[in-house]
Each structure stands twice: as structure tokens, then as C-alpha cells.
Design a protein around this ligand. Structure first.
Ligand code: PAF
Length: 280
């Protein structure tokens, strides 16, 4: 059965009566697409109840970013979530709270993201990850999940949430889920809605660059050869960054030591798109 809760009170009432149930949680900002549904599906597979939150979090948007334009499509989202109801025959909760439920004290980032937030996305968006870890912490506090599911498309976010959870919510298991792609290979994202079909094809340059780097790593290239390749690929000025990190702790690499994640950010007009490839 699907339940829609728009306030904490409604959720707390349900939770009180269902304390014994295992909860799998997929936090989202709505505008649901197949990648979000894959998180909720995994939550339903591994737990007795699947909860999906829909909340466009103002504190993770910087000045001049797309907070106002961010698509808010609750009734369509509910329809898409309903498609999972009969497949799993389990309770699904949609938690779509008010701002006062999440931020009763006003909009403050009361947590600071770990220092691996400083480069890549954090360099482009300096306050972004403080907002992300704050809202996810707040959601964990309210929902009290056993497991929580995040897409690997936002790899740096996933690592930061793992670190935040380890410190503040060690009882919540944070799980990274595979990137879901559009038929042409573009990583699914609500921001793809901002792109024309031609721009979606153009955005594939990011994936191709990531794959070029991973192919060379697989072939045994040295760190210097990889750095040189990255420098060459970066002549594409639409690449905001292209870099590789340890997939374990996101530290920079002085040598090729797997598991590695290669990450990039690509600029199409005012839209910034993320993607990455793991080399395990
Ligand atoms: O990845 C997202 O959609 C958001 O950053 C999250 C984790 C739901 C926090 O607002």
C-alpha cells in the first residue's frame, strides 16, 4: 500500500505503530525517474517497508543556482512510484515534508561535510555538501531507516554521506547503487530535463572521456600517462573537471592503485552534468 505523508506528525504516528519493521530509505529531491525508482526498488527488496522522500533542499543550492527552477512534480512522481506497488506488494511511504518539518530552526547547515568535500564538486559549489549532509542527517533523524540508498552518479556525495553516517548515524547502513543510464548512455539526472536531444548527445563527451581514461588504466598505464591523457582531454573546455581518486576514501592518487573512481563534470549551457566510472 502507498501512503503519502506531508508532515512529521503523520510519519511519527505511523512509525510508532510499526517500530518492528525494517525500513529501507531512498532520499530524493523528486522529479522521479528510473534511477530514483531503482533506489526504492532495492529498498523494497531488502526491507519490509520502502520509504522515498521528496524534498528540494534549499541549503544545498548556492546563490544563482537552480533552486527556483528545480522541477517540482509531486503528482507525476506519485504515479511513477505507484508502478512499484503491485510488483513488491509491500508498504511504500512517500514522505514529502514541509520546510518547517526539516528545518524547524530556519535554514542552517548544522553539519559540516568532511574535508573531501573541498575539491571537485565542492570546488564548483562551495556550500553544497554542507547542505547535503545536513539534510540527509535530518532525514535519518526523522525517518530512522535501517538502510539508505544513494546513486553512485553523485559519487562524492555518496562518500560524504557514508562519512557523515559513520560519525552520526552508525546504525544506518548506507548503500551506493549503480548509475542508471538513458538509452544513449547518459547518466540519468533530473537536470537532463534542461537539455535538448542534441545537447544530450553532446553531453556524451563526458562519458567518452571517462571511458577513455578507464580503458588506459585497464591497459596498465602509469599515473603519469593517465595525468597526461587527462590534460589532453581537458582541452574540451566544457569539462569543468576530470580527475581520479581512490574509490575507498576519495584520496588523491600518486600511483595507479585500484579501486579507482574517475569523475567528471560537464557544462552544457548553464547545466552542469556529473558522471563517473569505477575501475575495480
Ligand atoms: O542526491 C540528491 O537528490 C540529494 O542531494 C539528496 C541526497 C536527496 C539530498 O537532498
Amino acid at each position: 500500500m502507498i501512503k503519502l505523508f506531508k508532515t512529521n506528525e503523520e510519519y511519527f504516528n505511523w512509525h510508532e505503530k510499526n517500530q518492528q519493521k525494517t525500513i529501507g530509505f531512498a532520499p530524493t529531491m523528486g522529479n522521479i525517474h528510473n534511477a530514483h525508482l531503482s533506489l526504492l526498488e532495492q529498498a523494497l527488496i531488502e526491507n519490509e517497508v520502502g520509504i522515498i522522500s521528496i524534498y528540494v533542499n534549499p541549503t544545498q543550492f548556492g546563490e544563482g543556482e537552480d533552486f527556483d527552477a528545480y522541477p517540482r512534480t509531486l503528482s507525476d512522481d506519485i504515479e511513477k512510484i505507484k508502478t512499484l506497488e503491485s510488483k513488491y506488494n509491500k508498504d511504500i511511504i512517500i514522505y514529502a515534508p514541509r520546510e518547517t518539518d526539516i528545518y524547524p530552526q530556519g535554514f542552517t547547515n548544522y553539519l559540516k561535510a568532511h574535508q573531501i568535500a573541498a575539491d571537485l564538486e565542492g570546488d564548483l559549489r562551495p556550500t553544497h555538501f554542507d547542505g547535503v549532509v545536513t539534510v540527509v542527517a535530518r532525514l535519518f533523524e526523522i525517518i530512522k531507516p535501517h538502510k539508505s540508498y544513494f546513486g553512485k552518479k553523485d559519487y562524492q556525495q555518496l562518500k560524504l554521506i557514508e562519512l557523515m553516517a559513520r560519525e552520526h548515524y552508525p546504525q544506518v547502513e548506507v548503500k551506493g547503487m549503480p548509475i542508471i543510464r538513458e538509452p544513449n548512455g547518459l547518466a540519468m539526472s533530473s537536470r537532463n530535463n534542461y537539455l535538448s536531444p542534441a545537447q544530450k548527445d553532446e553531453a556524451l563527451a563526458l562519458r567518452n572521456s571517462l571511458l577513455a581514461v578507464s580503458k588506459e588504466i585497464e591497459k596498465g598505464a602509469s599515473i603519469n600517462e593517465i595525468k597526461e591523457l587527462i590534460q589532453n582531454l581537458k582541452t574540451d573546455k566544457k569539462l569543468n573537471y576530470l580527475d581520479l581518486k581512490s574509490a575507498i576514501d576519495f584520496s588523491p592518487l600518486n600511483e595507479i592503485k585500484k579501486p579507482i573512481v574517475i569523475l567528471g563534470n560537464y557544462q552544457i549551457g548553464s547545466t552542469r552534468l556529473l558522471d563517473n566510472v569505477e575501475v575495480l
